[in-house]
Design a protein around this ligand. Sequence first.
Ligand code: NIG
Ligand code: FE
Length: 388
Amino acid sequence: MSTVIDDIGELVTNEPGMGEGPLGIVRDAALVLEAGRVAWVGAAGRAPAADERYDAAGRAVLPGFVDSHAHLVFAGERAEEFAARMSGRPYTAGGIRRTVADTRRATDAQLRAGLRRLVAEMARQGTTTVECKSGYGLTVADEERSVRLAAEVTDEVTFLGAHVVPPEYAGDPDGYVRLVASQMLAACAPHARWIDVFCEDGAFDADQTRTVLEAGIRAGLIPRLHANQLGHGPGVALAVEYGAASADHCTFLTDADVAALAGSQTVATLLPGVEFATRQPYPDARRLIDAGVTVALATDCNPGSCYTSSMPFCIALAVREMRMTPAEAVWSATAGGARALRRDDVGRLGVGARADAVVLDAPSHLHLAYRPGVPLVMAVWKDGERLE
Ligand code: NIG
Ligand code: FE
């Protein structure tokens, strides 16, 4: 099965050396998708014959969004906590325990249904690759089923047993860390690619983070970290020290943190939906980009700190609130997310890339930030299959 997407007004390829500017924009283009891959990129009207033709009628086509940070295996919701924050209550991450209680009570079928609903919601908004964390089970059995269910919908599964200390270990946090780094890790590692820790005051300190990361690395997982979300702390420095693929949040950074990221391969993944929904200050993307740090944008979709599944919303926030240009934001939501997941097959639309493409009902990528809140995603292909 092959498809030609023809008469593309603006094709964002993210291919260095191709087209114009940092997004590798090719105008008046066509794209052939075949056997799940991009088989050909060239001028409109010149594509080789394909089984199907989609007429983009001058619209923009982008790589599918790569949402490199999400927590999708959970039950319940916390809208009242959000409303309280909008009336001035601070975000403390204490609400995570409420979702843990709801999640433990849920059946596998309920968790699977919630997870699939969110993945479908994301696909409708153009997300074709999603990372998914555990972290609302916090027992060996509940974390194992969280990563097992996540692995049904994505290859990018992250074991986040070290999300918070669950109530039954309140008096013995180090005992909980030992559990995470031993039996829980052993049960979860076969389903996961990544190991993550919420390194923050009120969650896990530097020593506890080291214990979990080192055990995860020994089990064959690759680190990524929740770092510097609610205040300054050791998270970013640890992420760099352990060669993490990504340090996520990066809201409170010292100059030394920025320099450490700039001198590393660790991507800074910014999650502006969180600052929107917690009324925290937005991370300073401009400062990071100007220092040479690779920046990704992701949703952090979860029922507490940010319940959006929308990459277009995050792009609009990043442009308006984080001093990113529209091109930078689009790059960070596609190629940047791919970097944060150490993937070179997604987040771009060159020959050989995975056939994940999004048609916008707009003439250019600028409209993602220019027309916030408008459902511009008109058609989506994932692995060459039409989803929307
Ligand atoms: O990435 N920061 C830690 N974890 C999530 C929030 C989880 C929740 O509030 O339920 C986050 O923001
Ligand atoms: Fe998160």
